[in-house]
Design a protein around this ligand. Structure first.
Ligand code: TYC
Length: 114
């Protein structure tokens, strides 16, 4: 949850409250960046062990988490590896794709805006 901040203005700046002061909503100057899901797609050829390794290496998952995500993707066809800002999500997808191709696996990833 984002907090709203209020600036207390003097009577000379505006007039509203009985004591002469005024509460003015202050707009946050920064915007939260949009987030993107990195999705992993199932295929018939990439070894399960390789997918688990990728989830550990590139997405910082522990072995038990990585195994769960891999099995979810294997059974449902698609699953979330992580959620990041665009640049990071894109970089991870490219790095994993390159790593998979190096070992000649057809593993595919997609980005989806949250
Ligand atoms: N379906 C693959 C197999 O049976 C395993 C796999 C899981 C592949 C997840 C890709 O994103 C994937 N070897």
């Amino acid at each position: 949850m984002r907090r709203k901040y209020y600036k207390i203005r003097s009577e000379s700046e505006d007039n509203n409250q009985t004591d002469g002061s005024v509460l003015t909503k202050v707009k946050p100057k920064t915007k939260k960046p949009s987030l993107y899901k990195v999705l992993m797609l199932n295929d018939d050829y990439t070894p399960m062990e390789f997918v688990i390794e990728v989830l550990e290496k590139f997405f910082g998952k522990r072995q038990d988490e990585a195994t769960q995500i891999m099995l979810h993707v294997h059974q449902k066809g698609i699953g979330v590896c992580g959620i990041y800002t665009y640049e990071i999500a894109e970089t991870k997808a490219v790095q994993v794709t390159n790593y998979a191709r190096k070992y000649e696996h057809p593993l595919q990833l997609q980005l989806e805006k949250e």
